[in-house]
Each structure stands twice: as structure tokens, then as C-alpha cells.
Write a new protein. Structure first.
Length: 320
């Protein structure tokens, strides 16, 4: 991938400085490789600032040969392995430990694939909602795109609860503490719902100012305010089914999270947004209601699944 620029940008630079114009005419168009990964780009440039360009190229190539694609994840893994080797701990990592084990991989995929697919379904829903908004015109498309980005930030707490509940539940269930595992779920949902209620009230009060901080067009602010005030109710209900999904995944039942997400997207989120968008062309408020309605369906499915399985003793202990 190369840095994109055209004749307009070139003419602008040439007009600013005659000497620069002469250099541009002599060199012609330059294809400058762009690194789309921010972490990798920062590391690359830090190396380049400390040593010569030729040495930078050599070192960078060796890093890529050793780590593959240089990302924050690969760097953190490499540093962790170095730290474990240099310290006296009870953790010993051998090459044989890094060899794939079919039984372990099967267990991981059994849980991980449904989780990955359900996350993909959510992204597909966002994509369809964006398409629906784009068909409404430039103002509504800009408003929906802006609010979706804000929602990603506002949902940090409920979104993080899934992994938190899954990790703590697995630890307690593995120790045979089913009651503590269920308490983790209860506490996490309480935190999520309280946070959701607070952020919903806050957005109803300050949505125009919050959106106006990022958009100066009055029409975009007005449209975004309506969409935010309906969509933000999802902060209350999303935390419930996210916590349940993490809980089910810890017990190897991630298919439940997959099922309720697919049903919510297919039955409510996408068709609901489309129908309400067509029914109310002058405001985005009704369109935003589709997301919390989808979360209500997901939460209801999770409650039913938890009640049935809990009565059967499925959460008393962790089974392989």
C-alpha cells in the first residue's frame, strides 16, 4: 500500500517553493510505502531515528523474520517469553509447549469459533445500518457514522464485561465454586446495568453538546442527537447479554451467545432499522430503537437459557 497523492497535491507543493518544484520535477512521482498498523509504524520510525537508513532496513527485516508481522501483540509475546526465560519463576516454556495439540485446538475452536462469528455478526449489522443511513442522504449518513463511533467509546464498560466474566467464571468454576461463578455474573450485570442507566441519562442531557464537539453542522448535530438518544438505551441491555455470553463461554457453551446474537441481528437489528428508517424519514430517533430492541431479545434468550441450564445443574462444576 502506497501513500496516495495526485497532481493537485503536487501542484500545491510546487507553487509553494521553486526549489522544491525543481526537485519534484527531477524525481517524479514517488511510491512511498505506508504501514497501516500504528504500532508497527511507530517502532519502525523509532529505529530509523536512532541509526542509518541502511541499518534500519536490515534490523527491521530481521525483526520481521523473527516475529512475522511486527504488531503490539507479537512484540508483547516476544517480550513475555524473554522475561520468563530471564527470571526464576515456576513457569517453564519449552519448544514442545508451542507445538499444536489437536485435542486442545479442538476445545479452543469449539468455544472460539462461535464467539468470533457472533462478533462478526455484530459488525455485519453495523455495516447494514450504515448502508441504510447512507440511503437517507449525506446528513443522516454523517450523523449515524459519528454516533456509531461515539457508541464504541461509550460501550467500553459493558463490552469489557464479556471477557472479564468469562475469565473469572472459568477460574471459579474450575475450582468447583459454582456459586461464586454465578455471583461474578450477577455483580458484572449489576455494574453494567448501573453504568448503562447513568450513561443513558447523561446522553439524554448532553447529547447535543457532545455531538456538537465533533460536528459543527447544525443539521448533523440535530440528526445525531435523535439517533443517540434512542440508541443509547442499548447501553443498559447490551451489558446483560454480554455478561451472559462471557459466562456461557466459560462453561464451554459459547453457542448460546452465537445463537442469540444471530437471532437479534437477523430478526430485529437490521430489519428493524430498515423498517423504521422507511417509516420515519424525517428523524433518526426511531431507527436507533432497533439496537436496544435487539439487545432485549438477546437478554431474554440468555435469561431463559441460564434458568433452564441452572436447574439442570449445568453450572455447578466445570466440565471438560
Amino acid at each position: 500500500m502506497y501513500f496516495a497523492y495526485g497532481q493537485t497535491e503536487t501542484d500545491y507543493l510546487k507553487a509553494k517553493d521553486s526549489r522544491l518544484a525543481a526537485v519534484i520535477d527531477r524525481l517524479g512521482h514517488i511510491n512511498r510505502t505506508v504501514d497501516t498498523d500504528l504500532f508497527s509504524s511507530v517502532v519502525h520510525h523509532i529505529i530509523g531515528q536512532q541509526i542509518s537508513t541502511k541499518a534500519q532496513t536490515t534490523i527491521w527485516q530481521r525483526m520481521q523474520d523473527a516475529l512475522g508481522t511486527v504488531t503490539a501483540q507479537t512484540a508483547s509475546v516476544a517480550l513475555a517469553l524473554v522475561w520468563l526465560k530471564s527470571r526464576r519463576t515456576n513457569i517453564h516454556v519449552k519448544r514442545s509447549d508451542l507445538r499444536p495439540q489437536p485435542e486442545v485446538l479442538s476445545s479452543i475452536l469449539k468455544i472460539g469459533v462461535p464467539v468470533a462469528v457472533q462478533d462478526g455478526c455484530i459488525q455485519v449489522a453495523f455495516m447494514f445500518i450504515t448502508v441504510i443511513a447512507n440511503h437517507r442522504g449525506l446528513v443522516d449518513a454523517a450523523a449515524v457514522g459519528l454516533v456509531e463511533k461515539m457508541i464504541s467509546f461509550l460501550f467500553i464498560v459493558p463490552s469489557s464485561m464479556g471477557a472479564t466474566v468469562s475469565a473469572l467464571t472459568a477460574q471459579n468454576a474450575g475450582a468447583g465454586k459454582g456459586d461464586r461463578a454465578r455471583q461474578v455474573l450477577k455483580d458484572a450485570m449489576t455494574i453494567s446495568v448501573v453504568y448503562g442507566c447513568l450513561i443513558t441519562v447523561l446522553m439524554w442531557l448532553v447529547a447535543p453538546a457532545f455531538i456538537g464537539f465533533f460536528a459543527k453542522d447544525a443539521a448533523v448535530v440535530a440528526a445525531g442527537t435523535g439517533y443517540m438518544r434512542s440508541y443509547i438505551f442499548d447501553a443498559i441491555f447490551a451489558g446483560i447479554h454480554i455478561c451472559f455470553s462471557g459466562f456461557f463461554a466459560a462453561y464451554g457453551k459459547s453457542y448460546i451467545g452465537f445463537a442469540h446474537n444471530v437471532l437479534a441481528v437477523a430478526l430485529i437489528r437490521v430489519p428493524g432499522a430498515w423498517l423504521l428508517s422507511n417509516a420515519y424519514s424525517d428523524t433518526l430517533f426511531p431507527m436507533g430503537i432497533a439496537s436496544p430492541c435487539g439487545s432485549i431479545l438477546s437478554a431474554a434468550i440468555c435469561v431463559v437459557a441460564f434458568t433452564v441450564l441452572n436447574r439442570r445443574g449445568a453450572f455447578d462444576k466445570l466440565t471438560a
